[in-house]
Design a protein around this ligand. Structure first.
Ligand code: EPU
Length: 429
């Protein structure tokens, strides 16, 4: 029953440091299975998805020692199981990366169909296509995916859709497959490149990550390594939009500005100012009003779908009509009704949201429909007049490290409160 309570209207000011990338970490942690030796991972985000993956690895027999809030020692040499427990798997999408990792290591895997944010149907046909092309038998039944093989063989695979998950999963499986695997029409997100770099640090031979074609020469053995995860593009983008929407001025440190270009470009079009440094960006929203902008989400290097709800929230406060088209997911506008409760004027038709900008938002009780929708509610609450209460914050905690502390460090009036059952008294925790 925990909630976030925000008193809005304070411009964010100061500096914030971005944590390690969630969507890289949730691929790299399962990938340690392929190492079969000790790995020290650094710059890990302090988020619940990461702890769920540690629990899964531990239950499979791996040694997992949390060294600090940002680093973990994982040794998978003694894993005893190729099965992932159902209750944990259903908590996040990335549990399906155990399919590729276990297949590569043990020639078999049994993983419950994954959970994750609800954006409508989330098929895994491209993952299966890839596994089968490498020589695996795939069976889906009783809510689980079972895969086995006599031995994986390199293959030429053309993905029908650009999929982050399928690119990662098939890359994991192919690392130890015999011969050459060529993956075409792959995703190019920064976390794909980060995973390939991690696997190469274990002794894999992967080239082309970050382009449309990835070539993998299978190797017989991998080994442990130390590896530091890249900064989170979406966490950085969320603070960029929050700085602008509150008409604040924030230096966002520890980022790779190149990964933020699509977000920067749209922010600048709204009239916000973005100054890039080597590993930081400064965003200022100190303008009289924001201009309307059209946005279409696309795979990287396009505008990220995981920034769509946050950007829509800013555009709700821009002068004129903005059109936001969701180009990746079928149903990622569920949060719009919550924004409208706060005074936004937005209509949705399928994958298109038409936003008539309003002068201001007003605080209300809303819920986080999913992770990034929750981030959008936080931005709306920070920019709104009055008090906003956000429920279902477990979604937000899946992906944002120390959100409350980081925002307080920027001057926000935000508390995480627990509401005991049957009580109306808030207690700040
Ligand atoms: N798709 C298929 N078949 C497949 C796989 C995907 O048709 O086998 C379709 C999907 O339905 C969707 C599109 O391809 O329309 C893209 O899906 P993708 O596989 O790229 O998404 P994902 O791997 O399930 C990851 C992120 C999401 C992010 C998307 C797109 C992780 C754990 N999740 O999901 O992140 O929205 O890529 O960039 O990496 C988030 O962090 O909030 C989040 C939801």
């Amino acid at each position: 029953m925990d909630k976030l309570v925000i008193k809005g209207g304070t411009p964010l000011r100061g500096e914030v440091h971005v944590s390690g990338a969630k969507n890289a970490a949730v691929a790299i942690i399962p990938a340690t299975i392929l190492a079969g030796g000790p790995c020290l991972l650094e710059n890990i985000p302090d988020i619940s998805d990461v702890y769920t993956l540690y629990d899964m690895l531990s239950l499979m027999g791996a040694t997992v020692r949390v060294v600090s809030r940002t680093s973990v020692f994982i040794d998978t040499s003694n894993i005893t199981s190729h099965k992932v427990p159902e209750d944990l798997a259903r908590q996040l999408r990335a549990s399906y990366y155990f399919l590729g990792a276990l297949l590569g290591r043990c020639n078999e895997a049994n993983v419950p169909l994954p959970g994750g944010c609800d954006f409508g149907v989330r098929p895994i046909d491209q993952h299966i296509k890839g596994f089968e092309a490498l020589g695996a038998d795939v069976n889906i039944g009783h809510g689980s995916v079972s895969i086995s093989t006599e031995g994986l063989l390199g293959s030429h695979i053309y993905f029908d859709v650009v999929s982050v998950g399928a690119t990662i999963n098939v890359m994991l499986a192919a690392v130890k497959a015999k011969g050459l695997t060529v993956l075409e029409n792959v995703a190019k997100e920064p976390h794909i490149v980060d995973l390939a770099n991690f696997l190469n640090s274990l002794g894999a031979d992967i080239r082309g990550a970050g382009t449309d074609v990835i070539k993998i020469h299978g190797v017989e053995k991998l080994h442990g390594a130390n590896y530091s995860i890249i900064p989170d593009q979406i966490e950085a983008g969320t603070y960029m939009v929050a700085a602008a929407a509150t008409k604040g001025n924030v230096l966002i440190r520890g980022v790779i500005p190149k990964h933020l270009e699509a977000i920067t470009e749209k922010l600048v079009k709204t009239g916000a100012s973005v100054v890039e440094y080597d590993d930081a960006v400064r965003v200022s929203g100190e303008v009289d009003h924001f201009e309307h902008v059209n946005v279409k989400t696309m795979p990287y290097p396009g505008f990220p779908t995981d920034m769509q709800p946050q950007m829509t929230t800013l555009l709700a406060l821009a002068r004129g009509t903005s059109i936001v088209t969701e180009g990746v997911w079928d149903n990622r506008f569920k949060y719009i009704s919550e924004l409208c409760r706060m005074g936004a004027s937005i209509s949705v038709d399928g994958k298109v949201a038409v936003i008539q900008g309003v002068e201001s938002l007003s605080g209300a009780c809303v819920r986080a429909a999913d992770l990034r929708a929750g981030a959008a509610m936080v931005i709306a609450g920070l920019a709104a007049n009055g008090k906003t209460e956000i429920e279902d914050i477990h979604h937000i905690e899946r992906g944002y490290t120390n959100l409350v502390d980081k925002l307080r460090g920027l001057g926000a009036e935000i508390d995480r409160v627990s509401v005991p059952e049957g009580s109306s008294m808030y207690s700040v925790v």
